[in-house]
Design a protein around this ligand. Structure first.
Ligand SMILES: [Zn+2]
Ligand SMILES: [Zn+2]
Length: 275
């Protein structure tokens, strides 16, 4: 099920993201590769390689944006809280899989363990990590993989841009450019350096947080809710925890944004049977 949030902040962040990526691609091809390595094997190689990274970056981003992050379905009839006061409706119920579902007062429905309510999505999200304006969506159980892939390809594009800047500015043929082209090349290069450093450091910090949260088996929301000082017990192996996010297939597919996501149908337990 594809989703798209009409959140102004998220939509502005999407426009900034695509503008920054397309601008970086324009500078790399137009102002770095073409004036210095045009028609050479290395020129073709770098143009294809950089555009391949941009393609994978945009694909993983689009999938993180439109994927269902793990929205907990609503029951056909909302829970009537007036019944709860008289003890008619239980606070917790067991699903068919033995999961302990609890009540979300905002959704007026039961939600599985580790699901949290997102104020922006206005729904409970399975294993919600945080609501990310850069993908205009929640980062949850079903789209975290695409979100981390997006961070990885942004980081890779940032590092590759810096490498290409160094390569192209140390190539002697770049001196052929005359005024005002030379000044334009200097200006675009400076903007690309600033952009690459800013986005590179940003995704590196978030990426490290994401991986440590997976290995700790604790989402950002859960880290905040846990009492300070208490230690969280991790019961699964690191590989098992990573497979839960990136899928059970080959590890080579972990960075592939084309694999079909895990979108199991979630059937909310029918609480009337439990009463
Ligand atoms: Zn909720
Ligand atoms: Zn959200």
């Amino acid at each position: 099920m594809a989703v798209f949030r009409k959140d102004p902040c998220g939509i502005i962040c999407l426009i900034i993201t695509y503008s920054a990526v397309l601008y970086a691609d324009y500078v790399v091809v137009q102002w770095l590769i073409l004036p210095t390595m045009a028609m050479s094997v290395s020129g073709y190689f770098h143009a294809v390689a950089f555009n391949l990274i941009v393609f994978l970056l945009i694909t993983s981003h689009v999938r993180a944006v439109i994927a269902d992050p793990g929205i907990v379905p609503l029951p056909a009839a909302a829970i009537d809280f007036s019944d709860m006061r008289f003890g008619v409706i239980p606070k917790n119920i067991l699903s068919q899989d033995g999961e302990n579902w609890s009540i979300c007062q905002k959704c007026e429905a039961y939600r599985p363990p580790r699901a949290h309510h997102c104020r922006i999505c206005q729904r409970c999200i399975r294993k919600m990590d945080h609501h990310c304006p850069w993908i205009n969506n929640c980062v949850g159980e079903f789209n975290q993989k695409f979100f981390i892939q997006f961070l990885f390809y942004v980081g890779l594009a940032a590092v590759y841009s810096i490498v290409l800047i160094i390569l192209c500015w140390t190539t002697t043929s770049s001196k052929h450019l005359k005024f005002p082209e030379h000044n334009a090349k200097v200006a675009h290069t400076i903007v690309l350096i600033v952009e690459s450093i800013l986005f590179g450091l940003f995704v590196c910090a978030i990426g490290c947080d994401q991986i440590s949260a997976i290995l700790e088996d604790e989402t950002a929301v859960e880290q905040v809710k846990r009492n300070k000082g208490s230690r969280h017990q991790v019961e699964k192996s690191r590989t098992e925890l990573l497979k839960e996010v990136f899928g059970r297939g080959s590890r080579l597919c972990w960075l592939c944004p084309f694999s079909t996501g895990r979108f199991p149908t979630i059937t909310p337990p029918n609480f009337t049977q439990e009463v």
